[in-house]
Design a protein around this ligand. Structure first.
Ligand SMILES: Cc1ncc(COP(=O)(O)O)c(C=O)c1O
Length: 288
């Protein structure tokens, strides 16, 4: 059986879902997306993801084609395909298809809306919890990394360079400052202080990043949002990379050198416990 997806108002098998070759998503990567994890049949941090989706749409001047309850309704219908399973839900909106290829925006287009879901693999999450290898690379992306744009060619090539060098992620440096991973946010721990680069145009405001800061606040874990220089990164006691589907990944090797004692660090263990506890409360319906 093929995975059912949602495309422009219809639920249909993935292999029957087609978009026009004139779609501006196909021609120009003119669109935005979200990835939302599902635990215990509930969409984790849904409001935060929808808020970021609205921000991304507003930044590229597309009116949201659906309201929040319509998004929720579509996603719940898709999620019903995998009852009880952790999932990763994908939402993509492009500016739509025009009659000709033209950089100029035709304001009358109907956005293309695509949503799908797939089960989250336990083994993948378990594997990254043992620690991952990361490398540093120059950040050659544009300066609107705050928009969750589908134009991911730079991220794809950076990740490919990481893979070639036997690493799972690339930590990206702009003007000597570490910004984030190619598909994750960055935290370091130095002398017990948790540090993450401040949000702005050079990184994506991660939903997982925000939750970690919220948990740090609640648990009286000392943290600050400030620039992370390359020497700070290289000398950190711990490095974490965070994302919705991979949660908090401890980096145990950076550019082939051990981070701390080459094992997930003490604060990582503490934060992971709080994170998993928060998820358990969420699954039990005790937090939104
Ligand atoms: C470039 C980039 N930064 C950060 C993140 C983490 O964001 P979130 O925690 O909302 O998944 C992602 C997620 O894919 C990303 O692609």
């Amino acid at each position: 059986m093929h995975n059912q997806v949602y495309l422009n108002g219809r639920f249909l098998p993935q292999n029957e879902a087609h978009v026009s070759v004139m779609d501006r998503g196909f021609l120009f990567a003119d669109g935005v997306y979200e990835v939302i994890p599902v635990y215990g049949g509930r969409l984790f941090r849904l409001q935060e993801h929808l808020q970021r989706l609205h921000n991304s749409l507003a930044a590229i001047e597309i009116n949201s084609p659906l309201n929040d309850s319509q998004w929720e309704d579509i996603l719940h219908k898709l999620m019903a395909q995998y009852p009880g399973q952790d999932q990763s839900v994908y939402v993509q909106i492009t500016r739509g298809a025009d009659s000709k290829r033209d950089h100029s925006i035709n304001p009358h287009l109907t956005p293309t809306v695509f949503c799908s879901t797939s089960p989250l693999s336990d083994s993948r999450t378990a594997a990254v919890r043992k620690g991952i290898r990361a490398i540093t690379l120059d950040d050659n992306r544009w300066t609107r990394c705050d928009i969750k744009a589908i134009a991911l060619l730079a991220n794809v090539l950076l990740k490919q360079e990481a893979s070639r060098r036997n690493a799972l992620e690339a930590i990206l440096l702009r003007d000597g400052k570490a910004q984030e991973g190619s598909a994750s946010n960055l935290f370091i721990v130095t002398d017990g202080l948790l540090i993450t680069p401040p949000t702005g145009n050079c990184l994506l405001s991660g939903v997982t990043r925000d939750l970690i800061l919220q948990l740090a606040d609640e648990q009286d874990i000392r943290y600050q949002e400030s620039d992370v220089s390359l020497p700070q990164l290289q000398q950190a006691d711990e490095i974490w990379l965070t994302s919705s589907t991979r949660e908090i990944m401890p980096v145990t090797f950076l550019d082939d050198k051990a981070v701390g004692n080459a094992a997930p660090g003490a604060l990582w263990h503490i934060m992971m416990q709080h994170y998993q506890h928060y998820k358990a409360l969420f699954i039990a319906g005790e937090v939104d």
